[in-house]
Structures are given as structure tokens and as C-alpha cells.
Design a protein around this ligand. Structure first.
Ligand code: HEM
Length: 432
């Protein structure tokens, strides 16, 4: 067993749930599901969700212990996600075959690739700023953030245009709806529809790949990508990686953007504080500086706002591993073959101080007492982090440099939490 101090080992606390039906119901309905159980059982506990035993962990020590033992764990996704992503997807691979595909796909997010995408992203931000400026009625900002995040990945990275992109979007929405569903393809079920949509998506992505050399998007960067044996990746393999990028890069970034806009519009004093910085930078940035103009060094307040939004309303509420052998997490013995969920949403509020408050300044003062990993960690850390951060920074500076937005009164600003947090009434907004 991977252990640091056997003498202090505690057995794994368990909620005693058997079928896990009620636990699953509570998990999907109650945003404080994990937090309540952590209070009762400590930072590591096991429950069952619809028959799937799952160990939840929170806190710096537990997360460090998990990530420090990469050879003792492997990636894990629910069966519905596994089937819809496909067996070639790097999300479903481990070891050398996972690393080889990360190396290939990672080229889409290198500094030079981001530099290539930035002009397209800036022009999308500017289009939205112009649309908001010209709008006679209120616009749902959350929907615009979704459209933007989808276009960045579909057009800027994959090089899709016009009807190709629109048809892909329709199938993608069908596919997404069944991601966290019961993976039985009964005729007419959302899972069966999603499997069909997956076939169409893969065929379309295959065509995109064939056109990769035309210079649209970044796919030419993948030419010659090799697997773990040094053999070029097949098209079948490559298209499943592209499908993963759509899945991983769209909902997450759209949610972070919507939550960020919501927090700024709900907290005028923070907006004023951030504007002091934004007013001091240029929009649009000089092309050669687009990837660094608003980074942590040049725009520390913006960086703090992004960190605080990702702390309070993480786009990904948790990420998973499966134990390959028994291991010790925060003094608790977790047996072999257990699924572990790092409960980010609960963990981000776990620590000393006013962690329930939205206060970006904390990241510029003494740091934050909670361990923050909105992009996961270790060998499976988010591949698209640099792109997500670039999109978010360009959008915030682009809009707030030029516009004063305000929220339409009497709308529901509470968040629908699944699949990722988003304001229920769409964040209806107008330019002042
Ligand atoms: C704010 C936006 C985003 C957030 C919060 C986010 C968060 C995450 C998290 C928590 C993981 C799991 C990491 C782990 O298991 O340790 C992940 C994995 C991943 N993300 Fe992101 N992500 C975002 C945007 C993106 C974008 C824009 C892309 C690409 C277009 C992307 C591509 C990926 C991929 C490919 C993986 C799988 C990595 C692997 O299994 O090795 N993500 N992301």
C-alpha cells in the first residue's frame, strides 16, 4: 500500500448508502451534497451513487496525497461519458498511450498556436461588444457566452465555418444532453440519439481533418502526430480527440464567462476596482502582445477576479480518478479499485476565513486558504487551460473597456448547477 504513516491510518468513513438511489437524487438536487457529508464524515468519505461506490475527497492534504501518487491511480469517467467519447479518446486512456496523445493535442494550445488564434478571438469579442452596443432590447449574456465559447473551439481551433459549424452544433447539443445519462441505448432514448449523433459528429470531424491543411484553424499543427509506439495516429483516433476538445472546451468556458459577468454585475464595488485596471490597458491589444497583454503580470486584478469566480463557481465541480492499489489519502485508507472524486466545489470553500464571500482581493493579499485547482492537476491537468484563460481575459477586457452593462431587474440570477453553473434567466443585460 502507498502509505506515509500507517500508525495513524483511519478506516474509510461510509454513508451506509446501499443502492445509492437517494444519494444520487440528493447529489443532483443539492449543491451542498458533498459539503454536508464532509461535515459529518471528515475530508474523505465513501458513498454510493446509483450503485457506483464513490469516494469524495476535499482539502489541500487529501488532494496533494492523491496527485502525489500518479502510478497508484488512473483516469475514470462514468460509463455514459466513456461510451460517448469513445475508446480512442485520451480521456479514456492511461499511461504511455494517454501521454502520447496529450503531447499531440497539446500542440493546439502552445504559445505560438494561441498567438495564431488571438486575432480571431478578438474579432469575436468586438462583434459582441458592437452587438450589445447596438441592441435596443436586453440580451441574454449567458447565451452569447455559449455561442462565443463554441465558436472559439469550432471555428478558431478546428477551422469550421458556416453550415458545417451550425450542423455540428445541432448534433453536438444532442450528444451533450446524454453525457451523464443511463448508458442503455433503448430505441428513442436520449442515449440512443446521442450515439447516432456521435456517428454524424465523427464523420463531420473526419471531413474537417481532411481539410486541415487549408490553413483554417490549428489542425495543421497536428500533422504527423505519433502514438506511443511512434506510429502516426489514425484518423479514427484523431477525430475522437477532436470530439473530446468540443466536449471539454465549450460548456466549461461558457460557464466561467457567464459566472464572471454575473459576479461583476452583482458586485459594483468589485467592478469599479477592476475597471481601474482595465481603463489603464489598451483595447484591442497589439497583435504580438495579445496573449500576454492581460495576463497575471500585466492585469493582476483581472487574474484575481478570474480565480475568485473559479473558486466560488467552478465550471467543473469535481474530477475523478480510480485507485489501482490501496492508498492513503489524508490519513484515510482507500482500498484498491475505488473511484475517487475530488470535490472541487466543496473543497474551494474549505479553509480559514470568509470563503463564502466573493472577494477577489484575497488572491492579491495573503493568498487563499483553500487549495484551488479549477483545471485539475497532475498528469491529467486540463490541456486547454491556456486557451480558456486567453478567451476569458480577452472577453472581459473587450467588453468592460468599451461598455457599461447593467442587469435587467426582476430576473432569476440564481445558478442552475448542472452540467456547469449558469444563471437561470440567461443573465439579461443592457448597455447603459
Ligand atoms: C474554464 C474553462 C475550463 C475548465 C474549468 C476546465 C477544467 C478541466 C478539468 C477540471 C479537467 C480534469 C483534469 C483532471 O482530471 O485532473 C479538464 C480536463 C481537460 N480539459 Fe479542460 N477546462 C476548461 C477548458 C478547456 C478547454 C478550452 C479545452 C480545450 C479546448 C479543454 C480541454 C481539456 C482536455 C482535453 C482535458 C482532458 C485531459 C486529460 O484527461 O489528460 N479544457 N479540464
Amino acid at each position: 500500500m502507498a502509505s506515509s504513516d500507517d500508525a495513524k491510518l483511519r478506516p474509510l468513513p461510509n454513508t451506509a448508502a446501499l443502492s445509492g438511489v437517494l444519494e444520487a437524487f440528493a447529489f443532483f438536487r443539492d449543491p451542498a451534497f458533498a459539503q454536508k457529508r464532509f461535515e459529518r464524515h471528515g475530508n474523505v468519505f465513501e458513498t454510493s451513487l446509483l450503485g457506483q461506490p464513490m469516494v469524495f475527497i476535499q482539502g489541500g492534504q487529501a488532494i496533494r496525497d492523491l496527485l502525489a501518487q500518479p502510478n497508484a491511480v488512473e483516469g475514470w469517467w462514468p460509463e455514459s461519458v466513456r461510451q460517448l467519447l469513445g475508446s480512442h479518446s485520451l480521456a479514456n486512456r492511461n499511461g504511455a498511450s494517454h501521454r502520447a496523445r496529450r503531447r499531440v493535442i497539446g500542440q493546439l494550445f502552445s504559445a505560438s498556436a494561441l498567438q495564431r488564434y488571438s486575432a480571431g478571438i478578438i474579432s469575436m469579442v468586438q462583434d459582441l461588444a458592437d452587438e450589445l452596443q447596438a441592441a435596443k432590447t436586453a440580451l441574454p449574456l449567458a447565451e452569447r457566452m455559449r455561442r462565443f465559447a463554441f465558436s472559439v473551439i469550432a471555428t478558431t481551433v478546428l477551422g469550421l465555418e458556416g453550415t458545417d459549424r451550425d450542423e455540428l452544433f445541432v448534433d453536438f447539443e444532442i450528444w451533450t444532453r446524454a453525457l451523464f445519462s443511463i448508458p442503455i441505448a433503448l430505441p428513442g432514448s436520449s442515449f440512443a440519439k446521442a450515439l447516432k449523433a456521435r456517428e454524424r459528429l465523427l464523420r463531420r470531424l473526419q471531413k474537417v481533418l481532411l481539410k486541415a491543411s487549408n490553413g483554417n484553424g490549428g489542425l495543421d499543427l497536428l500533422a504527423g502526430g505519433l502514438d506511443e509506439a511512434g506510429i502516426p495516429l489514425t484518423d479514427e483516433d484523431m477525430v475522437e480527440q477532436l470530439l473530446l476538445l468540443l466536449f471539454a472546451g465549450y460548456e466549461t468556458t461558457a460557464s466561467s464567462l457567464s459566472c464572471l459577468m454575473r459576479e461583476l454585475l452583482l458586485n459594483p464595488q468589485v467592478e469599479t476596482w477592476l475597471r481601474e485596471e482595465i481603463n489603464g490597458v489598451d483595447w484591442p491589444p497589439a497583435p504580438e502582445q495579445a496573449t500576454t497583454a492581460y495576463d497575471q503580470v500585466n492585469a493582476p486584478k483581472l487574474d484575481a477576479v478570474v480565480s475568485e469566480v473559479m473558486r466560488l463557481t467552478p465550471a467543473v465541480g469535481g474530477f475523478f480518478r480510480r485507485t489501482k492499489c490501496a492508498l492513503v489519502i489524508d490519513g484515510v485508507e482507500v482500498p484498491k479499485n475505488r473511484v475517487v472524486q475530488v470535490a472541487l466545489a466543496a473543497s474551494n470553500r474549505h479553509g480559514a476565513g470568509d470563503l463564502e464571500a466573493f472577494r477577489p482581493q484575497r488572491h492579491l493579499e495573503d493568498g487563499c486558504s483553500a487549495t484551488l485547482l479549477p483545471f485539475g492537476g497532475g498528469e491529467r491537468v486540463c490541456l486547454g487551460k491556456p486557451l480558456a484563460e486567453l478567451e476569458i481575459r480577452l472577453m472581459v477586457v473587450g467588453l468592460f473597456h468599451q461598455l457599461r452593462l447593467h442587469l435587467i431587474p426582476d430576473q432569476d440570477l440564481t445558478l442552475q448547477m448542472l452540467p456547469s453553473p449558469t444563471p437561470r434567466d440567461g443573465l439579461l443585460t443592457k448597455v447603459l
